[in-house]
Structure formats: C-alpha cells, structure tokens
Ligand binder design. Structure first.
Ligand code: UT7
Length: 332
C-alpha cells in the first residue's frame, strides 16, 4: 500500500489593519526606533482594535481566504486544530468558535497550546490524522492576539509582540510530498522565564492579580534569548543531518519570528544564505503562533513543488522543534 503523507495544499493569512510603529512606542515607553531595530529587527507590528474582537476574528478571515483559494466549502473540513496562547475564552475551544463562524459544521476541533512552537506542534498532530487515513481535510490555525496580554508600560516585551493569524490546509499525498520528518521538544523547567502568571487555575483572576499585572506576558529576555539561539539552531541542524540534507538541498528556512538575531544564528548554523530565509519580523513583530503560517502564506508564490522546507521555532514552556517538508504544489 502506498504511504500516505500529510501535505500542505493551501495557505492564507490575515493581519489587522492598525499599524503600531516604533515611533508610536517611543511615546509609550523609554525606547528608541534605533534600539528596537538593532536588537530585534522589528519596525512595526499589527494590532487588532475593537471591543469584543478576539483571535477567532482574525482566524475566520484567514480560513475564509484559504477555502476560497482551494475552491472548497467549509463543510468539507473534517478537523480544525487551533494553536494559540490567546484563545477567545478559556473554554469552549477557539477551534469550536471559529468552526461555527465559518460554517465548518462537519469538523471536530480542539485548541493546542505550546506557546511559540504551537503551530509546529499542531501541524505534526494534524499530520497524524491524515497519515492514518482517518481524516482528509484538516485545517491548522496559528493565531494570536498578543496585544491582549502585553503590558504597554514594559519596554522589554511591548516592543516585540503583535497580532496576526495564519492557516494551512493539510490533505493526503501519495507522491512522497508533504511532511517528511519532525523533531519536537519541551522542557518545563523553562516556565519561570516566559509565562503569564495569572488567569489559569493556579492563580485565577482577582483584584490583586490584576493590580499586580499578572495577566501580562512576563519574559526574562536575556535568558530566553540564550536558550532560543542554541536550541533553535541545534534542532534545525539536527533535522538536516538526520535527513542527509546539505545547505544546497534546503530551499527555504521558515523560522519563528522572535528576534532577527535568533533567526540569523539559526540560518548560520544551517549554512544558509539570507536569501533562503523567510523574514517578515520587521512588519509584524512576534505574532507567536502566527509567525510560521504567515510566512508560508506570504512566500507561497516563491515556493515550488518538491522544494525542501525547514520550519523551526522556540518558545515558552520551553518548547522548540523543527519540521521538514517537501512542498507539494506550485502556485499558478
Ligand atoms: O518568541 C518567544 C521567545 N522569545 C524570544 O525568543 C525573545 C528572546 N529575547 C530577546 O529577543 C531579547 O532578549 C530582547 C529583545 C527581549 C532584549 O534584548 P537584549 O539584547 O537581550 O537586551 P537586554 O535585556 O540585555 O537589555 C540590554 C539593555 C538593558 O539596559 P542596561 O541594563 O544595559 O542599562 C535594558 O534595560 O537594554 C535595556 N532595554 C531597552 N532599552 C531601550 C531593554 N528593553 C529596552 C527597550 N528600549 N525597549
């Protein structure tokens, strides 16, 4: 029997209209455009404005674009995996909420949280449903409305994050294309260095937790940076080695967009020239689960059938990993 691979067959993204520039942040906190640009590579990020608009608003827009591109109806989707650290609500799952908004009435769905590595974890999880033959059309959403958990008086975190959503469709492939290999890792001892203290069952919301700003992202940037640089580079190199890929064999690196210096270190370790690395951090900052699928969507027309693509991420948890894909289609 021919092996079934899970292949990405369509990609789309949506970012909100509002642009938060470095110049605007200079008015909010003690920072400069020069500092932000040189330390992170970020020039601006997008923010979703409007009361009662959660992450599924952006995901809905992206999924509707994806379905239109692929020429299929929402009722054809049989599974939705929604990767996010900023779901609309703790429950029900944003996967269920967005399924209702889009009309994916035959899909079951669930949320997956692995911080900045979430989209990759979701992609690999989704691939198992395709490879086993039980599901034929699976949507993986990577989306975050980070602006809801960012303290805009904390100059170390507010300059980094932005809002955005990316989505991919996975379908069976019998020609050896699609997801080839993955390495996913986690280490919970990293928890104190990048987390949101309150809002869950350990410290539910109280006046005190709100007053102490415990519903915002807390990041010890230097420590996270150190772990991110070594682990993201190591795992990206490891997946190349294990699949006997040289730098020449790799068409694109699709890195999580957390800091341009981390991206450069990863590309250097893999021996890749800059022109093979997808970088849009200057436009969107770190959209957490959104970074990788937004890149795939923006670079869709530049990827060709058979291209070797490496996805790579590091984030809170700590979580990190890499995925090796043989791209499955050409854009007409
Ligand atoms: O996606 C999830 C994973 N997250 C990451 O991968 C993020 C990893 N960390 C980083 O990207 C970087 O650590 C940051 C961008 C957060 C910070 O950059 P850094 O080069 O590590 O700066 P630093 O924390 O070492 O701070 C250097 C100096 C400090 O001042 P002193 O102590 O040297 O006087 C900071 O107070 O820069 C100061 N600083 C700032 N100055 C101007 C920190 N934030 C700012 C700012 N503007 N926004």
């Amino acid at each position: 029997m021919t092996k079934i691979n899970a292949a990405i067959t369509a990609v789309a993204h949506h970012v909100p209209e509002y642009v938060l520039t470095n110049a605007e942040l200079e008015k909010l906190v003690d920072t400069t455009d020069e500092w932000i640009t040189s330390r992170t590579g970020i020039k601006e990020r997008r923010i979703l404005k409007g009361e009662g608009k959660g992450v599924t608003e952006m995901a809905k827009e992206a999924i509707e674009k994806l379905l239109k591109k692929r020429g299929i109806g929402p009722e054809e989707i049989d599974l939705v995996i929604f990767c996010s650290v900023t779901p609309d609500k703790i429950f029900p799952a944003s996967a269920n909420i967005v399924s209702a908004k889009v009309g994916m009435s035959n899909a079951f769905g669930f949320d997956l949280n692995a911080a900045c590595s979430g989209f990759m974890y979701g992609l690999v999880t989704a691939s198992k449903f395709i490879e086993s033959g039980t599901h034929k059309k699976v949507i993986v959403v990577g989306a975050d409305k980070m602006s809801t958990i960012i303290d805009y008086t904390d100059r170390q975190t507010c300059i980094i994050f932005g809002d955005g959503a990316g989505v991919v469709l996975l379908e069976p492939n019998n020609d050896g294309l699609g997801i080839q290999d993955s390495i996913l890792k986690s280490d919970g001892t990293g928890e104190p260095f990048l987390h949101q203290v309150a809002g869950g069952s350990e410290y539910p919301p109280t006046e005190k937790t709100v007053a102490e700003k415990q519903h915002y992202v807390h990041q010890e940037g230097k420590t996270v940076f150190k772990f991110a640089v070594s682990n993201m580079a190591d795992v990206s190199y490891e997946i190349m080695q294990r699949n006997k890929l040289t730098a020449d064999d790799v068409s694109w690196l699709v890195p999580h967009q957390a800091n341009l210096r981390i991206i450069d270190a990863t590309a250097n370790r893999m021996g890749l020239n800059k022109d093979k690395v997808m970088v849009n951090i200057h436009k969107y900052g770190n959209t957490t689960n959104g970074t990788i699928p937004i890149c795939l969507s923006e670079w869709e027309s530049q990827m060709n059938k058979g291209d070797n693509i490496i996805l790579s991420a590091f984030g809170g948890g700590f979580t990190w990993g890499a995925v090796y894909i043989k791209w499955a289609y050409n854009t007409i």
